[in-house]
Design a protein around this ligand. Sequence first.
Ligand SMILES: Nc1ncnc2c1ncn2[C@@H]1O[C@H](COP(=O)(O)OP(=O)(O)O)[C@@H](O)[C@H]1O
Ligand SMILES: Cc1ncc(COP(=O)(O)O)c(N)n1
Length: 268
Amino acid sequence: MSAAPPVALTIAGSDPSGGAGIQADLKTFSALGAYGTAVLTALTAQSTQGVTGVHVVPPDFVREQLETLVEDVAVDVVKIGMLAGAETVEAVTAFLAARAGEVPVVLDPVMVSTAGSRLLDEDAVQAILTMLPHVSVVTPNLAEAGVLTASEPATDLAGMREQAAAIRALGAPRVLVKGGHLAGSEVSDLWLDGDGEQVLSTERVDTRHTHGTGCTLSSAITALQPQRRHWLEATRDAKAWLTGALRAGEQLRVGQGPGPVHHFHEVW
Ligand SMILES: Nc1ncnc2c1ncn2[C@@H]1O[C@H](COP(=O)(O)OP(=O)(O)O)[C@@H](O)[C@H]1O
Ligand SMILES: Cc1ncc(COP(=O)(O)O)c(N)n1
């Protein structure tokens, strides 16, 4: 008899177009052999062309969803995405702090959608900083790493290295600064943990269908961590799998804007 799949929890917002948010997370969990559970923080009115509105779940009800779930279900690993506002960040931080170190946590500090809509209030950034010591890995893109370190977004690997170190100094033990928005024939992400840094490079897929890549990468790391039991290995495998999902995205016909990656491409 094979072992039970790990139970993964995503705490994130809904993207009705299915490329990002909770929908991307649950598809990724399923594609990579984890059982998915989900606590919603916000609904967005969203398509591949952008976000037209956000309806925030009351923070107390986020708390209630979390408490009710974990009273019954033993969660093996957690991914955090869109948190919308400071009060929700604080509710989720309190939930993590009460379980200090028991469960691995991947934080994708979602702030602004690709098309430019705010998915986190400006005044919630301070609250995100207090969450950092309670997570296992944080995965900012270039813009988010700039906001977390109160500096301009990095424009090269040296800048990413500096900001990764600054984010570790804020208390996150492992940092992945994602370089998807830099030009070049390769995409390079910078990993930094207590053992040092690794540059994770893959070929750049020539596609405009990149909606939800950040959500998909962080949930792939989440699904794989309990199976690989090693963060860097889980992250490398997640990135390789995402590259395949980006390549296969051309097969999908979803929307008129930048479409989603294909979560159910053949697993390597
Ligand atoms: N065109 C691409 N080809 C291959 N990998 C990509 C491409 N665009 C982004 N990625 C990868 O997708 C992940 C998400 O990166 P990024 O786009 O920087 O973050 P976000 O989606 O949060 O803005 C990273 O691992 C990055 O290297
Ligand atoms: C509900 C929700 N959460 C997150 C994102 C960010 O998406 P991306 O992965 O493209 O940065 C999004 N567009 N919508």
